[in-house]
Each structure stands twice: as C-alpha cells, then as structure tokens.
Design a protein around this ligand. Structure first.
Ligand SMILES: CC(C)(COP(=O)(O)OP(=O)(O)OC[C@H]1O[C@@H](n2cnc3c(N)ncnc32)[C@H](O)[C@@H]1OP(=O)(O)O)[C@@H](O)C(=O)NCCC(=O)NCCS
Length: 149
C-alpha cells in the first residue's frame, strides 16, 4: 500500500472530522481543524492511502517547543505503518523549521501509541492525573529533545 504524507488543506477537513469522530470520545470538530489552518504556529499533515485520507497528525509550536496534539489513523488503515510514516515526516519537518523539543500527552492505557512514540525517541517525563475525560484517565507526558551540541 502506498502512503503519501502531505500538508493538511481545507478541503480535507470534512473527511478528517469523520475519522476523528470515530476515533476519539471527545473529537475535534470541523471548526477546530479550520481554526488551526489559520494559525501560522500550527502545522498539520495528513496521510493519503488508497485515494483517501487515512490519518493526520500535527503540532502547535510555542517558541521552538512543539506540542503534538492530534495523532489519528482511520480504523481500517491501522497497523500498516501510517502513524509512523506521518510522525517521521512531522518530526523531520518540525526540526527543519527549528523545533528543538516535541512533547505530547497520551492515555496511560494507549500501549500502541506509547510504543510508537518510544520508537521515535520520546521518553516519559511525568503523569498528568485525570487529564482525560470519557473515560477519566491519567496522561503520560512524553518529550523528545534534540541534543544540543
Ligand atoms: C495510535 C494510532 C495512531 C496508531 O496508528 P497506526 O497507523 O495503526 O500505527 P502504525 O501502524 O504506524 O504502528 C503501530 C505500532 O503499534 C504496535 N502496537 C499495536 N498494538 C499494540 C499494543 N497493544 N501494544 C504495543 N504495541 C502495539 C504495532 O506493533 C506497531 O509497532 P511496530 O511497527 O514496531 O510493530 C491508531 O491506533 C489510532 O488512531 N488510535 C486512535 C487514536 C489515538 O489513540 N491516537 C493517539 C493519541 S495520543
């Protein structure tokens, strides 16, 4: 299966909001995606597979530190390396844009996501108690920092 990763554009939002609503108990709305397109400090990618949007991920840049805030792959495309292809591109593009450190939160029970983040060098640095709702659950805070020479 060929996977192409490219920047998010407005015409993707309808399809993406559908994927989002099936994947999360508190999904981002179409308006949320539209808002981030208007902010220069937000950078989002989508993965295309079999002519469809298969997933997205992105970050919000805060003075060289980027918060990765939405990683999702449509259920029918999971387990085929799409999240890893998107993250690889996101980290490469972020570093090229001057990001020195990436952080994210993930549900403590989300073993697949934690496995992927660890593969990309993210390390757990703390717990945010009861960070998530529906269901309430703690978040692991993970960081990936670029070595400073
Ligand atoms: C997490 C998610 C983005 C992964 O997407 P994906 O495209 O299926 O991921 P990939 O195929 O690139 O990689 C899956 C990896 O997880 C591993 N994995 C799958 N289930 C696992 C589990 N229960 N425990 C540990 N690792 C697991 C796979 O073996 C694979 O790793 P490998 O390549 O080293 O073998 C997808 O499951 C998803 O959208 N989930 C719902 C939304 C979500 O939880 N997003 C993350 C929010 S922080």
């Amino acid at each position: 299966m060929e996977i192409a990763v490219r920047e998010l554009k407005k015409s993707d939002i309808e399809e993406l909001a559908e994927i989002e609503s099936k994947a999360f108990s508190m999904p981002w709305s179409k308006q949320d995606f539209e808002n981030l397109l208007s902010h220069s400090y937000c950078f989002y990618l989508v993965a295309m597979a079999e002519g469809q949007i298969a997933g997205c991920c992105g970050y919000t840049d805060s003075f060289g530190e980027a918060d990765i805030d939405n990683v999702v792959v449509a259920e029918e495309f999971r387990g085929r390396g799409i999240a890893q292809a998107m993250l690889k591109e996101l980290l490469t593009r972020g570093e090229a844009a001057g990001i020195n450190a990436f952080t994210l939160e993930v549900r403590v029970s989300n073993a697949a996501a934690i496995h992927i983040y660890e593969k990309f060098g993210f390390q757990p640095e703390g717990i945010r108690p009861r960070f998530y709702e529906k269901p309430i659950e703690d978040a692991v805070i993970m960081w990936r920092r670029r070595a400073v020479m």
